[in-house]
Design a protein around this ligand. Structure first.
Ligand code: NAD
Length: 275
């Protein structure tokens, strides 16, 4: 089954709306296989980062799959220390080299470290060179974007943030919609703890559709126009997480899921991170 649902970014580039996340997926066989299984299952979007230390295996998995490079949307992210040490360009080139590719589809500022304005200008240069088809940010709050947007030549195409039914991020979503910046949800399934997948409301909705809690959450993202990058290294789950196009949540079910919001973060807070 091919995941052919795409979201058009503000620069005209299309991004597959469901991608495979590879945070905490180990370098080597684990990541290589996960990427190859995902591509075999129809995924065409992989989300990695320099700090995940698995860019090499993402590239190897891509090549092992036999799927042509140009059919796959690759995201990677610049790490905080490389921004602080002003080695942005070098870091980007290292990512290309590790993945063994000529270009990245989407290059993101991973966290809003202090010099994000200067870093953005370097991302704009990388974008102008054609080596990143789109550039964007991650973990940016409204106030970071208020600072950045008046100064950009190229508007960020996306903001990738923690987002799930316990953290629905409505004010940020409204802001990004007004600015025509796409939103991507990280830890869409609630990260490692599994609290959201065990939530009784999510489970009830899943049972009524004969789908899994994970599929319901992924569907909730898609029906809200949110790009979603669930992580798994298990073949069955990778396939399951892509199998979300044969059912639809009703307006009432979407409302029940929205009502689970409690502004609960499972990951670090962009207002207060120490890495
Ligand atoms: P997730 O919410 O996607 O997944 C959490 C866990 O759910 C997985 O570890 C897996 O054990 C389990 N799972 C997956 N599919 C399942 C299924 N069908 N049934 C039952 N359990 C299942 O967590 P995540 O990895 O934190 O986030 C997804 C991706 O987002 C990451 O891999 C990464 O690419 C990205 N991310 C980005 C940032 C950022 O700062 N930009 C931070 C965290 C994650």
């Amino acid at each position: 089954m091919a995941i052919d649902d795409r979201t058009r970014l503000n620069n005209g580039v299309d991004i597959p709306s469901v991608g495979l996340g590879v945070f905490r997926s180990h370098e080597g066989k684990e990541t290589e296989q996960a990427v190859a299984w995902a591509l075999e299952a129809g995924y065409r979007h992989i989300d990695t980062a320099k700090v995940y230390k698995n860019e090499k295996s993402v590239g190897a998995g891509l090549r092992a799959s036999g799927v042509p490079r140009k059919e796959v949307f690759l995201t990677t992210k610049i790490w905080n220390d490389d921004m602080r040490d002003n080695r942005q360009l070098k870091s980007f080139e290292e990512s290309l080299e590790k993945m063994g590719v000529e270009y990245i589809d989407l290059y993101l500022i991973h966290w809003p470290v202090a010099n994000f304005l200067a870093t953005w200008q370097i991302l704009e240069e990388i974008h102008a060179s054609g080596r990143a088809k789109a550039i964007g940010v991650s973990n940016f709050q409204i106030h970071h974007l208020d600072k950045l947007l008046p100064l950009v030549k190229v508007k960020p195409a996306v903001d990738q943030v923690e987002l799930h039914p316990y953290l629905t991020q409505l004010p940020l979503r409204q802001y990004l919609a007004e600015k025509n910046i796409a939103i991507e949800s990280w830890s869409p399934l609630g990260g490692q703890g599994g609290a959201i997948l065990r939530d009784t409301e999510v489970a009830a909705i899943a049972a009524s559709h004969h789908k899994s809690p994970a599929q319901v959450i992924i569907r909730w993202n898609l029906q809200n126009g949110i790009i979603v990058i669930p992580k798994s290294v298990h073949k069955e789950r990778i396939v399951e997480n892509a199998n979300v196009y044969d059912f639809e949540l009703t307006a009432a079910e979407l409302a029940r899921l929205n009502a689970l919001n409690r502004d609960r973060r499972f990951g670090p807070d962009p207002e207060n991170f120490n890495f």
